[in-house]
Design a protein around this ligand. Structure first.
Ligand code: NAP
Length: 316
């Protein structure tokens, strides 16, 4: 049996769907039923029920967006840093392997190779760098699991949410046997306020930047496969290989969904942060070589994006 924490959430629901599809026995409860954030409660459950694996898809995400985390910093720190540490210690004490849903939002920018040297560029909206992105230059590289987070409390600026996610990874590193799965900007074919493709369609104006993104079902399948295939424990970037610009996502939306509206863009970061956003946003490219080297299969971002839009299911 697998224990699924956070099953009521956007990502937890996708884990539950995939576990059912695989006919995997699993137990899922909400904090309302069993307060799994309490160490003693969780440890007792693990010792009594002895699950083969624990999935932690619970955490504190600000709603409607990360700006909300700035207003509840205690809750954000509790949900994204202290709570994962509780799960880590309980799983270690019960000797149960587990996986934790983290985030790629602990990085900003991409890595650029030039003259046999690699440098980090935090702001890929600079015109010369954006041109490299547009032509899919081989000099643009994603952050690997070996790169230290550069959008965190240790490397400011960052949002409070991102800071607590990075600290959460540090807090659980080297405790017991765990996977840290980094999700980034989830999307799929199901229109939903949490779906990136829905968000882009609903923004009054669009913020153009470059990102690696994760198809929700592809993400949960890949996470479960790391465990099924016996991949070494540790951190994995779990995005669809490649990256997209928001402008390209809009073009694909226009091509496949033919919306009635036209899309306008924020003309500058200054305008975006003055009007639409409070705390800094992470935009980044991730490298998925480590994940794919384990034998886990995950389709490229372009295929996943097209597939989602071709099979788009509008919310009624
Ligand atoms: N959605 C994204 O854009 C995104 C991107 C990257 C990473 N992530 C990460 O993915 C994980 C799941 O995100 P999600 O989008 O599924 O979030 P969600 O829809 O808000 O669901 C998270 C679930 O976690 C539980 N929860 C909420 N606050 C908690 C707290 N303080 N302590 C413990 N549990 C709490 C709740 O379940 P119950 O109360 O019912 O038990 C809730 O349903 C989070 O760790 C998030 O940081 C999300």
């Amino acid at each position: 049996m697998i224990l699924l924490l956070g099953a009521t959430g956007y990502i937890g629901q996708a884990f539950a769907t995939e576990l059912k599809r695989r006919n995997e026995a699993f137990t899922a409860f909400s904090r309302k039923q069993v307060d799994y954030t309490r160490f003693d409660v969780l440890l007792n459950f693990l010792r009594e029920q002895k699950p083969a694996f624990v999935i932690n898809s619970a955490g504190y995400t600000g709603k409607p967006n990360v700006d909300a985390c700035e207003l509840d910093q205690t809750g954000t720190l509790q949900g994204n840093t202290l709570f994962p540490q509780t799960v880590a210690h309980a799983c270690e004490a019960a000797k149960i392997p587990w996986g934790h849903v983290s985030s790629g939002c602990i990085y900003s920018g991409a890595k650029i190779s030039e003259n046999e040297k690699i440098r980090v560029e935090k702001d890929m909206t600079q015109p010369d760098l954006h041109a490299l992105v547009e032509k899919k230059s081989t000099s643009v590289h994603g952050f690997t699991e070996l790169d230290a987070p550069n959008f965190s409390f240790r490397d400011l600026p960052c949002s409070f949410y991102s800071g607590t996610k990075a600290l959460g990874e540090e807090a659980i590193a080297n405790i017991g046997q765990s996977y840290i799965w980094r999700l980034r900007i989830p999307f799929d074919e199901f229109d939903n306020a949490r779906n990136y493709l829905s968000k882009v369609q609903r923004y009054a104006k669009v913020y153009d930047n470059v990102n690696s993104i994760s198809h929700r079902a592809d993400f949960v399948k890949a996470c479960l496969d790391t465990w099924k295939l016996g991949a070494p424990f540790g951190i994995y970037n779990v995005t669809n290989p490649g990256y997209v610009t928001t402008r390209h996502v809009v073009e694909q939306i226009e091509k496949f969904l033919k919306p009635k509206r036209t899309f306008e863009y924020w003309t500058s970061d200054a305008e975006f942060y003055q009007i639409a956003a409070k705390t800094p946003r992470s935009n980044c490219v991730m490298d998925t070589s480590k994940l794919r080297a384990t034998g886990v299969k995950i389709r490229g971002v372009e295929e996943a994006l097209e597939d989602s839009l071709k099979n788009w299911k509008p919310e009624n």
